[in-house]
Design a protein around this ligand. Sequence first.
Ligand code: SF4
Ligand code: MSK
Length: 660
Amino acid sequence: MPDKKKKTIDPAALELLERAKELGIQTAFDRTEITKPCPIGREGNCCRLCFMGPCRFVGKTNEGICGASRETIQARNLARMIAAGTASHSDHARSLAFVLLAAARGEAPDFKIKDEPKLRRVAAILDIPQDGKTVEQIAEQVALRALEDFGRQDGEISYVKRAPKKRQELWRRLGLAPRGIDREVVEAFHRTHMGNDQDPEHILTHALAVSLADGWGGSMFSTDISDILFGTPTPVSVRANLGVLKEDEVNIIVHGHEPHGAQMILEASQDPEVIAYAKSKGAKGINLAGICCTANEVLVRQGIPLAGNFLHQELAILTGAVEAMIVDVQCIMEAIVPLSRRFHTKIITTSPKAKIEGAMHIPINEHEALSIAKLIVKTAIDNYPNRDRSKTFIPDYTNVQVAGFSHEYIAYMQGGSYRESFRPLNDAIMQGRIRGGAGVVGCNNPWVTQDEGFVYIIRELIKNDVLVVTTGCGGHACGKYGMLTPETMAHAGPGLREVCQAIGIPPVLHMGSCVDNSRILTVLTQMATEGGLGEDISDLPAVGIAPEWMSEKALAIGAYFVASGVYTIFGVDSPVGGSQAITKLISQGWEEMVGGKLEFEPDPQKMVEKALAHIDAKRKALKLEEYRPDRYAQSQSYVPGDAFSAEAYKKGLYSAKKAS
Ligand code: SF4
Ligand code: MSK
């Protein structure tokens, strides 16, 4: 198990964990210490795929009762995790496709096409004729085309053609181009049933195809349809951390992943009649904040403040100041329901796919979404008088963040609507001003110190002139410590800082939720096709890092980055640590096949070293100017670097400032 020195670096979390101790309440941080995960299963050495087992591969045992080898069961376990992650992202996309379809047909009156230009761009990619069609007719065709890609039985999913040409050809040659999203997921579960596919390499090659059905299928459709319905993100300035909760307002937290319910909750909370109702109960107003990726969805589009990342969900309830936590799907801990009973918080589940025993269940459907959302918000308001002020403790920490860098905005910021392109970014990399790029993304995991990996790795990367993009709970981590502000450029290397100064951006760009990792695929494709950096994603000096991963979705994301040609490093521990052969297959083996590889490295310092070595090797292969850290060292910083200061690091506060 990783050697963890402290639970979190977040001062707000530390204060609430202290409070939990005083109240005799356990959180995931404590349960990690109490629960003893099975060390055999943790490193992938357990098979429970049939009832002759479970078969545990310990000591000299190298085969299960059916004779399955250690490598076969390791491959099956990993493939199943990737398939489950793909299913989750993709089913999220399916929900959105149905919302878009209902909106287009006038069956969901509360949802509108907010971003018509995006709709038209997506329709053009899908070869949907637009002449003489109304916006609604085009939207209907886009929704139907997305749904077709779920049920497609042969051929390939529509967005394969969005990848660089060379990559498409490679996928077709290797049989990796996904035929249909559901088909690839179902086949993964079929192949890994007892007594079926028993060649580890064959199983894991299909796992790559499954993951591509996520990245270039489900996730990419999620991003596109959310943009069409709710707007393509552009930068917004938002406050982050638990200090965003208010003493004198009804605090409502949205948590989970899907945006459409949260969007309706937001609209309901802004309704003058609903606000008046809140005032009639003694509150000054309604304060909406978010956790996990539902937060990201409303943060990057509507500037809704962030209460925290994955490990903050219990802490938010511990403040005693949350009237309702409204949850949809994914990453919701069952523990929040018993915890909520210690306070007055109501947990309200809103997805027909996810109920929690003891929680209120008020499913939101697209046909009468706003009226249901108003009912939910009024339920929270009715709970406001039940808040026990003697139990309320809101840690006074927030920080400013700028989020909302969609791939469209990244192109726009490099030239405006007059000449938007990726040319300036590519040129900066070719000249060595920017050494390379990194996506530092993913979850929190209580097995490692919350946020520490993100902060350390990103600080080191930008210091070494690596431009960073982030999503998911990684984005939240950056936001809490002030790393998403333009001032952070003061801590970047001189070359990267010059580019940030020229464009006016932070060196760390928050691109959205977990499904928005698909935006990173689009950025990488645009860089690969702009010219000067090779012809394929695998040619780029770029890496992916998930320092604190925990979910199956993270593995699906990692796998689709690898299959797209990206060197991807995961922290914490390896789920295939029990087999050297599988560890080698997904690193060296996959690199030979698709140009990307997956490695597990728990030490953040080593992750940085590996990332920089890879970036430099790719620069060399492209025959780019050698990266010289001293070359731009004379460039001046006119930015004070207040929010993300070295002093704050020394104090261990990581610059999380008191809201006051
Ligand atoms: Fe054991 Fe084979 Fe059944 Fe797995 S499939 S539990 S290895 S008998
Ligand atoms: S919410 S999948 S903990 S990033 Fe997307 Fe965060 Fe990971 Fe869930």
